[in-house]
Design a protein around this ligand. Structure first.
Ligand SMILES: CC(C)(COP(=O)(O)OP(=O)(O)OC[C@H]1O[C@@H](n2cnc3c(N)ncnc32)[C@H](O)[C@@H]1OP(=O)(O)O)[C@@H](O)C(=O)NCCC(=O)NCCS
Ligand SMILES: CC(=O)OP(=O)(O)O
Length: 335
């Protein structure tokens, strides 16, 4: 069974409610119809009911099983305005601004519903930038208890690939932290290992990626990664990790044998932690486009409730997959 079929199977065992705020997007409505058909989540679509129904009919898809919530015509709007105002008043929020934001930004509206425990997770970002998708989640939901920071990972499922877990990897950070320091990289590694183990299964083996393997290059960029490995060993002694490693040394056993002999991770890594967002974001897009991998994400880890982003280049099948993963994250969060 493929990674995503396994996730869908899990999602169906305890069905969660996921908010899709981008009802104006054709891929979102096509995905909603498929999610409802496959029974992997209950859905809340945010938007104007008549428009959603008309759009769905014009695409030939059935979203009648979804609950539609129209911010312009919502009995709970005053309650949400008050909640957003209370949460953000120290940052200059006013009741007027809160109302304007909730009516003008469906992602914020959905995040506030999540905060108000009316749903279990949210997926957005097919037609909004990552910054605009993630900012409301970071501001309103905030980090989970015990988490140092929120970061963004992808599950990459590479066809016909003998590396990682039969081609399945976690890549991080590919979407949020632009230039994490060594301590932040260590925390991203620990959270990515948890994401791998809870979603993919089996033991995570984390490689801290660099352009250097075990001292082959000297530079401040390398030092940052070397220090991240030290921090990870100190802070998370149970984590199976190593670095600094180039990508080939991390995933290819024969290269690992010559570049990093004796490493507990080299040649077997299934979690790749990139030194910055230029590397992480470019790496996932290259593997997705050139190796024709399925790329699910960017998904958040370390956030108080499951909120996941999408690339604006996503397909409707990507949205279906991320909804199922979000539902499984919601199951895990409720345990
Ligand atoms: C997400 C992002 C927009 C946040 O930056 P920003 O808009 O400048 O906003 P701030 O840094 O003020 O952060 C907003 C809030 O989120 C919190 N926050 C930001 N990053 C966080 C993180 N990694 N973990 C936890 N909280 C975080 C801040 O503490 C702040 O909270 P506050 O308003 O209560 O003080 C920014 O990190 C970003 O643009 N990342 C890259 C996104 C991207 O383009 N990715 C590539 C495509 S996937
Ligand atoms: C994840 C990502 O890169 O998002 P986008 O393509 O929307 O910028």
């Amino acid at each position: 069974m493929s990674f995503i079929e396994g996730i869908k199977e899990k999602a169906r065992q305890d069905v969660k409610t996921i908010v899709l705020p981008e009802s104006e997007d054709e891929r979102t409505l096509r995905a909603a119809a498929q999610v409802l058909r496959e029974g992997t989540a209950k859905l809340i679509l945010i938007g104007n009911e008549e428009k959603i129904k008309a759009d769905a009919a014009s695409y030939g898809v059935d979203v009648s099983g979804a609950r539609i919530v129209d911010p312009e015509n919502c009995a709970e709007l005053d309650q949400y305005v008050n909640l957003l105002y209370e949460l953000r008043k120290a940052k200059g929020m006013t009741p007027e601004k809160a109302k304007e934001t909730l009516l003008g930004d469906h992602t914020t509206f959905g995040v506030v519903m999540l905060k108000n425990n009316e749903a279990d997770g949210l997926v957005s970002g097919a037609c909004h930038s990552t910054a605009n998708t993630l900012r409301p989640a970071l501001q309103i939901l905030r980090t989970a208890p015990g988490a140092k920071l929120v970061s963004a990972f992808f599950v990459m499922d590479v066809p016909n690939c003998e590396y990682g877990n039969h081609g399945t990897f976690v890549f991080a950070d590919c979407g949020l932290n632009q230039d994490p320091d060594s301590e932040q990289l260590a925390a991203i590694a620990a959270d990515s290992a948890k994401s791998y183990e809870s979603l993919v299964g089996g033991q995570a083996k984390v490689a801290f990626i660099s352009h250097s393997t075990k001292g082959s290059a000297k530079h401040a960029l390398v030092d940052k990664v070397v220090n991240a490995v030290k921090a990870a060993h100190e802070e998370y002694p149970e984590l199976v990790c190593d670095g600094e490693l180039q990508v080939d040394a991390a995933i290819v056993p024969s290269v690992a044998a010559s570049k990093a002999p004796g490493s507990p991770v080299a040649g077997q890594a299934n979690v790749l932690v990139f030194p910055n967002l230029d590397c992480g974001n470019s790496a996932y897009k290259l593997v997705q486009r050139l190796a024709k991998a399925e790329a699910y994400g960017p998904m958040l880890q370390g956030i108080a409730k499951p909120v996941n982003d999408l690339s604006r280049g996503c397909s409707y099948e990507d949205i279906v997959g991320v909804v199922a993963i979000t539902a499984v994250q919601a199951q895990l969060a409720s345990k």
